[in-house]
Design a protein. Structure first.
Length: 341
C-alpha cells in the first residue's frame, strides 16, 4: 500500500507500463521509450491522429481519437487496443445521433475526452456551434453514440467531465475562449443534474504566474480521485516570440469543492523536448487528454497529443507525482478561493 490512494477507480492490471529510467530529468514523469505510439497516416483518409482519450473496456482498451482527415477537417474515430499501445481504428468516423436516433453529426470535432460516470461513457469535444464550443455525447456499448444538445454557449474549449458526480451533480471543466487561437484562458467548472441544464459556474484556476503557463491554461485528462484530492493533469501555454508552446502541468483540487485548488505545481511536468513533440503540424505541443491508472499499484499512464501530429505516452506513479506537486506547489487566492464573484 502506497502513501496515497487512488479512490473509486478499478485495478487495471494490464495497463501499459514501463519502469522509470535510472535518472529522471526534473519532474517524475517519463516518456515511453517507443513513442510516438501512433504515427502519421494511421488510416486511409486520415493524415494524423493526436489529442485523443482512452479508457479500459472489457479487459482491453478503447478510445476516441482526433483524426485529422486529408481535407484538414478533424473528426472523432473509435480505436481498440489490447495493450493500450497498439491501436486499431474504425475506418468510419463515429456516427452521432440525437435522442430520437436521427443523424446529429458535428460540423467538425476535435480534442475528444472520454470519461466513464457510473455505467455510461461520455465523449466531450470541441466543435462548431456558430463558433468553437463544446459537444457532448453518451454511449454504453460504443455502438450507439447519442449526442446531447450543446452544453455551453460559444466560445469554449477543453471541456473535461469528472468521473463521478459531486454532491449529486455532474461536474465539467471548461475554458471560455474566442473562436480563433485564443490568447487567454482560465479553467472554470459547471454543474448539472442531467447534462442538459448547467449552472453553478465557478472559477478554478487562472493562467499561471510562471512563464510556461503564462498565456493560457486548459483542462487535460479527466481528474483522478485520490486520497489527497482530484489529481489534475492540464495544459499550460507560453506565448513565445515564435508561437505557442504547450506543456503539461499538475494540480490537486479539493474533493468536495473542486473549484478550490489545494496544490499547484509551479514547474511543468512535461514540456516539448523530443522530436515528435517539437516537430510536426504544430511544433512544440504536449497536450494531455487522458490517463489510465491502476488503483492497486498507483501506476499512471498519461496519453498526450504531440505536435498536433502524434500520440505520446508517458508514465508516473501516484506517490511520486503527488509528493512532487506538493513540494513544488505555489498557490494564490484565485486558486484557493471558491471562485464566485
Ligand atoms: C489548441 C487546440 C489543440 C491543439 C493546440 C496546439 O488551440 O486546437 O487541439 O493541440 O491548439 O495547436
Amino acid at each position: 500500500m502506497g502513501k496515497y490512494q487512488i479512490l473509486n477507480s478499478p485495478a487495471v492490471k494490464n495497463m501499459p507500463w514501463q519502469d522509470a529510467p535510472a535518472e529522471l530529468n526534473n519532474a517524475p514523469v517519463w516518456r515511453y521509450s517507443e513513442n510516438p505510439v501512433i504515427g502519421r497516416n494511421p488510416l486511409p483518409g486520415v493524415a494524423r491522429i493526436f489529442n485523443s482519450a482512452v479508457v479500459p473496456f472489457e479487459g482491453a482498451f478503447i478510445g476516441v481519437f482526433r483524426g485529422e482527415q486529408t481535407n484538414g477537417i478533424p473528426y472523432i474515430y473509435l480505436g481498440h487496443s489490447k495493450d493500450g499501445i497498439h491501436w486499431d481504428f474504425d475506418k468510419e468516423k463515429i456516427h452521432f445521433v440525437d435522442k430520437n436516433g436521427n443523424d446529429f453529426m458535428p460540423v467538425y470535432a476535435y480534442d475528444p475526452r472520454l470519461v466513464k460516470v457510473e455505467d455510461t461513457y461520455y465523449i466531450i469535444w470541441c466543435g462548431d456551434f456558430y463558433g468553437a464550443a463544446i459537444g457532448i455525447a453518451e454511449t454504453k456499448d460504443f455502438k450507439t453514440f447519442t449526442r446531447f444538445e450543446n452544453p455551453f454557449l460559444p466560445f469554449n474549449r477543453n471541456a473535461v467531465l469528472f468521473p463521478r458526480k459531486i454532491n449529486g451533480n455532474f461536474v465539467m471543466f471548461s475554458r471560455p475562449s474566442d473562436s480563433g487561437h485564443t490568447p487567454f484562458g482560465d479553467v472554470f467548472i459547471s454543474e448539472s443534474p442531467d447534462l442538459t441544464y448547467w449552472g453553478k459556474h465557478r472559477h478554478v484556476m487562472s493562467k499561471g504566474n510562471e512563464w510556461w503557463e503564462s498565456l493560457k491554461i486548459g483542462g487535460g485528462a479527466a481528474p483522478i480521485e485520490t486520497s489527497e484530492g482530484w489529481l489534475l493533469f492540464y495544459h499550460g501555454v507560453s506565448g513565445t516570440c515564435n508561437g505557442y508552446v504547450y506543456s503539461v502541468g499538475g494540480a490537486i483540487l479539493d474533493i468536495d469543492e473542486p473549484s478550490r485548488v489545494k496544490y499547484r505545481c509551479e514547474t511543468f511536468l512535461l514540456t516539448p523536448e523530443e522530436w515528435y513533440e517539437e516537430r510536426g503540424f504544430v511544433p512544440n505541443v504536449c497536450f494531455p487528454c487522458a490517463t489510465i491508472h491502476d488503483s492497486e499499484t498507483g501506476r499512471i499512464a498519461l496519453y498526450y497529443g504531440a505536435a498536433d501530429s502524434y500520440v505520446g505516452l508517458a508514465f508516473t506513479q501516484l506517490d511520486l507525482i503527488i509528493d512532487y506537486i506538493k513540494e513544488h506547489s505555489v498557490t494564490n487566492t484565485t486558486d484557493t478561493e471558491i471562485g464566485i464573484r
